[in-house]
Design a protein around this ligand. Structure first.
Ligand code: ADP
Ligand code: MG
Length: 536
C-alpha cells in the first residue's frame, strides 16, 4: 500500500517555538525590526529610481523611540509601507519573505544586495519581548488606505483602518513584563550601536543619528586614502594602537564578500585580542565570533567582513559545513598571503621592519595551513642572533656550506633565549656556526615544521648536547687541564649528580664566564617544551 500526502502544521503549536527558539539572544528583535525599516526605505528608493514611484522621497530615516510609562518601543520608517492586503500576505504568512519576493521581482533592475530580509521570520522576533505588537502603515501606492494590524502573539490578529497619514510604517511593541529591561535608554542605544552601526539608512534615537550609513568597506578602494582606513579603524576600535597595514576585500564571484582586515601590532604575544573581527551581512552586524569563516591563524586580525552569503541564524555546525563558508575561508587565506607577498616584493626593508609584528601570523599560518605555507615559505623571515633577517632559502644558502653534522645533514642552531644562552651562542660562533633566534611561543611548533619541510636539515638548540657532535670547522679550542685533572673534576660532578641517567662530559669551552654547563638532550627538552605550550 502506498500513500502520499502533505504534512500539516498546527500554527498554534509551532508559533511559541518560533518565538522562543528563533534567536538565542532576545535583543535581536531590534536588529530585525530596524532592518525591516531599512529595507522598506531602500525599496522606496529603488521604486523611485526605476520610475515606479513619482512622489517625493523626503527624508528617509528610521526612528526608534520608547515610552517607559506606556511600556512601548516604536520603530518608524518612511519606507514603502503596506496595504491591508500586503499585511495579510507578508505578515500573516510566517516564513514568506516579502524581501525575497521584492528582490525576485526587481532582480534585473539594480542592486539586490541592498535588501537585508531573506527568511520571512524576522518580524516575529518582536514577540520574544512584546506581549502585543501593532503595525500602523500607509502604502506608497496611490488610492490606498492606511492600515492597522494588532496581534497579541496568539495566532489571531485584527486588521482595521489605520491612522497613519504619511507613507511608511510604525511598529509598536507593547513590551512584556519579563522584558522590561529593554525599556531603557542605554540598553536600546547599546543594541543599536552593536547591530545597526553601519546600516545604510540613517537611524535616529533620542534626536541623534546612531549609525554611519556609508562605511568604507562598502566603497571602492580607489576612492579611499590611508587616512580613511585609519579613521575607520579608530571608529571600530577607539582605543587600539594604529594598525600596521590592511587588506580591502572585495569579491563578487563565486560569492559576495567585502570587508577590510587590519594587521594589528601583536609582537610576541599570542594573547587573545580584545578587538575582534566583526561579521556583517548587508551592513547588519551579525557576530564577532568569526571562527570557521576566518581561518584560525587570522583571528588575530581586526576589521570587518560583510557577506550576504554567510548563513545567519544558524547553528555553528551548519556554518562549518556550509560550502560558501569554506570558500570564503580559502579566499581570505589567499588574499592575506598575497598581500604579504606583495609587501615583501615591493618593499623588503619595510617588510623586515614589520616582521616583528607580522611574523606571528606568518608562522602560525604556515604551521596550520598547507596552502598558506606554500605561499609564505618564500617570504617568511628568520632572524639570527646578530639581528640579520633571512628568507628560508637565503638562510639555507648562508649556512649550507659549513654547517654539517657527521651524517652530512645540515644543522641549524637556534637560541630560545639569547641572554641566558649567550655563552653557548658565542661558543657556537667560535666553531663557525650561525645561530638563529627562535624565541617566540610558537617557535617550538615552527621548528618542528621546518624540520619536516626542509630535507636533511635539523634544528638544534644551541645549548643542547648535540653541539659537541657537530663537525668543528677546524677551530681548535685548547684546554689547560691535564687528563688527571679532568678525571678528578668529572668525579666531583658525578658524585653531586646522583641521577645515573645524566652523564658528565668534560670539554673546553671558548668562553671564560661559563666554568660548567648543564645541557639537555634536544629531543627530551622539546617534548617538555611542547607539552608546556600545548599541542596543535
Ligand atoms: P524578511 O525581512 O526576511 O522578508 P520579516 O519577517 O522580517 O521577513 O518581514 C516580513 C515581511 O513583512 C517583509 O519582507 C516585508 O514585506 C514586510 N515588512 C516588515 N516590516 C516592514 C516595514 N517596516 N515596512 C514595510 N514592509 C515591512
Ligand atoms: Mg526582516
Amino acid at each position: 500500500m502506498q500513500e502520499k500526502g502533505n504534512i500539516s502544521i498546527h500554527t498554534e503549536n509551532i508559533f511559541p517555538i518560533i518565538k522562543k527558539f528563533l534567536y538565542s539572544d532576545h535583543e535581536i528583535f531590534l536588529r530585525e525590526l530596524v532592518s525591516n525599516a531599512v529595507d522598506a526605505s531602500q525599496k522606496i528608493k529603488r521604486l523611485a529610481s526605476i520610475g515606479e514611484y513619482n512622489g517625493d522621497l523626503g527624508e528617509l530615516k528610521v526612528k526608534v523611540s520608547f515610552d517607559k510609562e506606556a511600556k512601548t518601543i516604536t520603530i518608524s520608517d518612511s519606507g514603502l509601507g503596506m496595504t491591508a492586503e500586503e499585511i495579510k500576505k507578508y505578515i500573516n504568512q510566517i516564513a514568506f519573505s516579502g524581501a525575497t519576493e521584492f528582490v525576485e521581482k526587481y532582480k534585473d533592475k539594480g542592486d539586490e544586495k541592498a535588501i537585508i530580509g531573506h527568511f520571512g521570520l524576522g518580524f516575529y522576533s518582536a514577540f520574544m519581548v512584546a506581549g502585543q505588537v501593532e503595525i500602523n502603515t500607509k502604502s506608497y501606492q496611490e488610492n490606498t488606505e492606511s492600515a492597522r494590524w494588532i496581534c497579541d502573539g496568539s495566532t489571531e490578529f485584527e486588521i482595521s483602518a489605520g491612522n497613519r497619514e504619511t507613507r511608511g510604517t510604525d511598529i509598536t511593541l507593547y513590551i512584556a513584563e519579563d522584558s522590561e529591561e529593554f525599556l531603557d535608554e542605554l540598553r536600546i542605544k547599546q543594541i543599536l550601536e552593536k547591530y545597526c552601526k553601519f546600516l545604510p539608512i540613517e537611524i535616529e534615537f533620542q534626536d541623534k543619528i546612531v549609525n554611519n550609513p556609508a562605511p568604507i568597506w562598502a566603497k571602492s578602494p580607489s576612492e579611499l586614502s590611508d587616512e580613511d582606513y585609519l579613521k575607520f579603524y579608530e571608529e571600530l576600535y577607539p582605543f587600539a594602537e594604529k594598525p600596521l597595514f590592511w587588506i580591502h576585500l572585495n569579491v563578487d564571484y563565486p560569492f559576495n564578500l567585502t570587508g577590510i582586515l587590519y594587521f594589528p601590532k601583536v609582537k610576541n604575544e599570542l594573547q587573545l585580542q580584545r578587538e575582534k573581527i566583526q561579521l556583517y551581512s548587508r551592513q547588519v552586524f551579525i557576530t564577532d565570533e568569526v571562527k570557521d569563516v576566518v581561518p584560525e591563524f587570522l583571528m588575530l586580525l581586526h576589521g570587518v567582513i560583510d557577506s550576504p552569503d554567510i548563513p545567519l541564524n544558524v547553528s555553528r555546525s551548519f556554518l562549518q559545513a556550509d560550502s560558501n563558508v569554506k570558500k570564503i575561508n580559502t579566499y581570505i587565506t589567499k588574499k592575506v598571503a598575497d598581500k604579504l607577498g606583495d609587501l615583501f616584493k615591493s618593499d623588503r626593508q619595510g617588510f623586515e621592519e614589520k616582521f616583528e609584528n607580522i611574523g606571528i601570523f606568518v608562522k602560525y599560518g604556515m604551521i596550520s595551513d598547507e596552502k598558506f605555507y606554500d605561499r609564505a615559505k618564500d617570504y617568511c623571515l628568520v632572524q639570527n642572533t646578530d639581528g640579520k633577517l633571512f628568507t628560508l632559502n637565503e638562510y639555507a644558502e648562508f649556512v649550507q656550506a659549513n654547517q654539517k653534522d657527521k651524517n652530512d645533514d645540515v644543522i641549524y642552531l637556534y637560541s630560545s633565549d639569547v641572554l641566558a644562552q649567550d655563552g653557548f651562542i658565542q661558543s657556537a660562533k667560535k666553531r663557525g656556526y650561525d645561530v638563529l633566534k627562535l624565541d617566540s611561543v610558537l617557535d617550538n611548533h615552527f621548528i618542528n615544521m621546518l624540520e619536516q619541510k626542509i630535507v636533511k636539515t635539523h634544528l638544534k638548540r644551541v645549548d643542547a648536547d648535540t653541539i659537541e657532535k657537530l663537525i668543528d670547522n677546524g677551530i681548535v679550542i685548547e684546554t689547560i687541564l691535564s687528563e688527571e685533572d679532568k678525571n678528578t673534576i668529572k668525579g666531583i660532578f658525578e658524585e653531586v649528580i646522583s641521577d645515573k641517567s645524566k652523564s658528565v662530559v668534560l670539554e673546553a669551552m671558548p668562553v671564560d664566564e661559563l666554568p660548567a654547563v648543564i645541557t639537555q638532550n634536544e629531543f627530551m627538552r622539546r617534548m617538555t617544551d611542547m607539552s608546556r605550550v600545548g599541542g596543535g
